[in-house]
Design a protein around this ligand. Structure first.
Ligand code: PLP
Length: 354
């Protein structure tokens, strides 16, 4: 992409990088030197700025604090063996952010501002992108309303920002998950497909209750009947049943995950049968009992694949079998990981080189 967007850069005087212990990175706790800030006012996006990462100040009446116009994205950048910066499918995140924006009555962000702002930021803070195996730079683009006004109506001003967190190898021990049959994450006609802040606020309490019962995460079921599985916490949910990959179809209650669709694409390319269909809790439980459900896992940017060991339903725990060395979820993890690191050829055009 040729540079067409003018970006104002105010560089930090002295980098904070020496204060960071790259051998002990905790997810989401370290922040690279700079952040991108783009203001929206008078019906237009203003000149993007890159400034030192730090606090921003607002009035107590800032609308997003009250009425929830706040959306975000999550993606990752890596360094390949040549030290080049690679980002995994960032255009998909850009497109999804705009889908969320439309649903939340917020302005869409132009592709060139998103991509060129991201590229400039990553180049400037390139030293912060960990090159060690398993490590990466977690990228957090987000947008929120900024009008100072107490009234339920779309704001006229917004801020789009990106900051970056160097993160360590993400190891997910096999999860114990509970099928949720009282609380819901998303209903038809609602905002479940959008990555807006309120969805996560609403998930905390039921997740806390599940944690008190000894579970790591919730399996969300459909709001109308609680009979069909939808997602696992903040990840998409996939199963291998009778050697077929089964997952709920995306619709307005399910987040269209970039990891999910990458997993489905790879499975199809490998000749595996893929079923995007409703899967009932009853079918799942019977399938586990009969030994038909071979694997269960969550899929999302942070962990890529998070294997599930135990599914709790109505007070009963159902154990998934141990994953063999050639389990689909292990092979697909390796495939995605080696593509995003630039180790394996990117035949699908998923890797964006900064
Ligand atoms: C972000 C998210 C996912 C995963 O999406 P990825 O693009 O794969 O990171 C799945 N479900 C929910 C609810 C999410 O917020």
């Amino acid at each position: 992409m040729t540079d067409t967007v003018q970006i104002e850069i105010h560089q930090i005087e002295k980098s904070r990088i020496d204060a960071v212990d790259f051998d002990n990175l905790v997810f989401g706790r370290s922040f690279a030197d700079h952040m991108l800030v783009v203001d929206y006012k008078d019906g237009a996006w203003q000149t993007p700025q890159i400034v030192p990462y730090g606090p921003i100040s607002y009035t107590p009446a800032m609308m997003s604090l009250h009425y929830g116009q706040a959306i975000f994205e999550g993606m990752k950048a890596y360094k390949n063996a040549e030290g080049e910066i690679l980002v995994f499918r960032p255009h998909d995140n850009w497109a999804r952010l705009n889908k969320s924006a439309v649903r939340m009555c917020m302005p869409e962000i132009p592709e060139d501002i998103f991509m060129e702002g991201l590229s400039a930021l990553l180049k400037l803070d390139s030293a912060w992108i960990p090159a060690k195996p398993g490590c990466s730079m977690y990228i957090r683009p987000f947008m929120f309303s900024t009008d100072e006004y107490v009234g339920v109506t779309p704001s006229k001003t917004y801020k789009f920002m990106i900051f970056n967190c160097p993160v360590g190898a993400y190891y997910s021990k096999p999860l114990r998950v509970k099928v949720e049959t009282q609380y819901i994450r998303a209903a038809h006609g609602g905002v479940g497909f959008s990555k807006n802040a309120g969805n996560y606020g609403g998930s905390l309490y039921p997740t806390q209750l599940a944690a008190q019962e000894g579970y790591d995460q919730i399996i969300w079921t459909d709001a109308a009947t609680h009979q069909y599985v939808e997602e696992a916490g903040t990840m998409n949910l996939l199963f291998v049943v009778d050697n077929k990959l089964v997952t709920a179809p995306t619709g307005d209650t399910i987040l269209d995950g970039v990891t999910r669709k990458s997993v489905l694409q790879i499975a199809r390319d490998w000749g595996m049968e893929v079923e995007e269909r409703q899967l009932s809790v009853a079918e799942l439980v019977e399938g586990i009992k009969a030994g038909k459900v071979q694997e269960a896992f969550g899929a999302g940017t942070a962990a890529v694949i998070a294997p599930i060991s135990t599914i709790g339903f109505e007070g009963q725990d159902y154990e998934l079998p141990e994953r063999p060395a050639d389990a689909f979820s292990k092979r697909v993890y390796e495939e995605i990981n080696s593509i995003r690191l630039g180790v394996k050829e990117d035949s699908r055009g998923w890797v964006y080189k900064v």
